[in-house]
Design a protein around this ligand. Structure first.
Ligand code: HEM
Length: 263
């Protein structure tokens, strides 16, 4: 089974939910609110026999769809690939889940706080596989000095989050998948710790962060707790192809294939 297919189904459900909400938001705007939107420069489009469709809000829904699907599904796929490549980490995660939750049961949001090792696995996945590796481009609004480099006003600035995650001056053994490094650590992905900013930071930080972070814990935790996982016949963990390909996000060059076995 391709993990990507499973992810896409789960994520499509989540994102359609957002889509419906954007659509109903468009329908429930009162005339006064709507007039304010027009005053602020928003556009409208009226089709005969249909209610007004607020193009900007529908556009917003499309942005959420594009920004919210590949990012989350690719991160989940990287996490599963790392777990299958590091069976001792998968076993430890399973043990934690078995102790906190009944075996075979999907996990719930309230369980996440009791699963520090699962949280550490997600952080470690973000460190090694930030799926938006250069964040969104910025433009310097004034001349600046960055660690001795002159950045002239108007330059486009890219932040290489991928390189930060693999920087040996920040992380010990940066190329090893070691969730333990986050146990007992206060580092999180909310944009305060510049060594780990897979969602960006500052004013333009990803608005989907709380949703994506929760979904990843729920999906990965449920996949681990509900199934035993094995690779196809003849493939050993160190043969998983971990090469990257850059599409909208950084994805696995070759989709991960794994076999779920009901526990
Ligand atoms: C693992 C999942 C995700 C990752 C790693 C991720 C990462 C990012 C990053 C790095 C940015 C640019 C931030 C910056 O440059 O400072 C961004 C922007 C954005 N993300 Fe996400 N994202 C994820 C999931 C989502 C989800 C689920 C949604 C919505 C449902 C979403 C909606 C957006 C939007 C609308 C922007 C543009 C914000 C702006 O331009 O101000 N993202 N995301």
């Amino acid at each position: 089974m391709k993990i990507q297919d499973l992810n896409s189904t789960l994520l499509t459900c989540g994102t359609l939910w957002i889509g419906f909400h954007a659509r109903s938001l468009a329908c429930v705007l009162t005339n006064t609110t709507w007039k304010k939107c027009l005053d602020m420069g928003y556009k409208t489009h009226r089709c005969i026999g249909e209610p007004e469709i607020r193009l900007d809000i529908i556009g917003l829904k499309d942005v959420l769809f594009v920004a919210g699907t590949d990012t989350t599904s690719s991160t989940l796929e990287w996490a599963m690939a790392e777990l299958l490549q590091n069976p001792q980490v998968l076993l430890k995660a399973k043990k934690e889940l078995n102790q906190a939750i009944e075996k075979g049961k999907p996990i719930e949001e309230s369980d996440i706080n009791h699963l520090p090792y699962l949280q550490a696995i997600i952080k470690e996945t973000f460190r090694m596989h930030p799926v938006v590796p250069l964040l969104l481009p910025r433009r310097a609004d004034s001349d600046a000095d960055l660690c001795g480099f002159k950045v002239p006003k108007g330059s486009q600035v890219l932040v290489n989050v991928w390189a930060i995650g693999r920087d040996p001056s920040i992380w010990e053994n940066p190329n090893s998948f070691m969730p333990e490094r986050f146990l007992g650590s206060e580092i999180d992905v909310k944009g305060r710790d510049f060594g780990l900013i897979p969602f960006g930071s500052g004013r333009r930080i990803c608005p989907g962060l709380p949703l994506a972070n929760r979904m990843l814990h729920l999906m990965l935790g449920s996949l681990i707790n509900s199934f035993d996982w094995k690779l196809e016949d003849g493939i050993s963990p160190n043969e998983i192809n971990m090469e990257e390909k850059l599409a909208i996000t950084v994805q696995m060059a070759e989709s991960l294939r794994a076999i779920p076995v009901l526990v």
